[in-house]
Ligand binder design. Structure first.
Ligand code: SF4
Length: 165
């Protein structure tokens, strides 16, 4: 989803567009909500030790109309999915979605034959921009996901990429 969902203007101001994208990428406002254990990791990411504020994304907003990032953190039950969809629709454009953890990516450990209560991935009903694997992913992984989203918005990487050792 993101900025592509907004129709391009006829006259384009490239420098201004880049400046606006940089402003958006460096002041992401996630929606305050969590679904299961991965939400605890998300909360830890916003607290003092990991300090998401360093990346401009620490201002979790209590209302969808004030948010531009939905972090789907946890197991998505079929009962909860319509409420999540409503929250997403109430967010103004441009907006982005991060699927945090294996449950939000694919149903995680709750996928088995005959399961009937879990949606097997946020991308079944939301346009997910960044997938962060793990059960749960560590706060560093969420920070990396935020940096990936920033790169998607601006087209360039602000921090060096850490290669697996
Ligand atoms: S991925 Fe693991 S830690 Fe995250 S919500 Fe699912 S079961 Fe919990």
């Amino acid at each position: 989803m993101g900025t592509e969902s907004i129709q391009s203007p006829i006259v384009q101001f490239v420098a201004l567009d880049k400046l606006i994208a940089m402003g958006r990428a460096n002041s992401l406002w996630p929606l305050t909500f969590g679904l299961a254990c991965c939400a605890i990791e998300m909360m830890a990411t916003g607290c003092a030790r990991f300090d998401l504020d360093r990346f401009g994304a620490g201002v979790f907003r209590p209302a969808p109309k004030q948010s531009d990032v939905m972090i789907v953190a946890g197991t998505i039950s079929k009962k909860m999915a319509p409420a999540i969809q409503t929250l997403y629709e109430q967010m103004p454009h441009p907006k982005w979605v991060i699927a945090l953890g294996n449950c939000a990516i694919s149903g995680g450990p709750f996928v088995f034959e005959g399961q009937y209560g879990i949606v097997e991935g946020a991308d079944k009903f939301l346009p997910v921009d960044v997938f962060i694997p793990g059960c749960p992913p560590r706060p560093e992984a969420l920070i990396e996901g935020i940096l990936e989203l920033e790169e998607k918005i601006t087209g360039s990487r602000r921090w060096p990429r850490v290669e697996a050792g």
